[in-house]
Design a protein. Structure first.
Length: 56
């Protein structure tokens, strides 16, 4: 079984995010983060960096 419980994980690096969240899910979370929390107010526990702004 793939994935892990983020609530019980003490390591918070990029690799743990990739292990816990499939690529498309992490991409969607990054997009939401860029819309609703671009200043990263909610950054404790498991910080997810917002996606880069679309330059088009």
């Amino acid at each position: 079984m793939d994935g892990l419980y983020l609530s019980f994980e003490t390591r918070t690096g990029e690799q743990q995010l990739q292990d816990a969240l499939p690529g498309s899910t992490l991409d969607r979370l990054r997009t939401l983060k860029s819309v609703y929390d671009p200043e990263q107010v909610f950054h404790s526990s498991f910080p997810i960096a917002p996606s880069a702004p679309d330059s088009s």
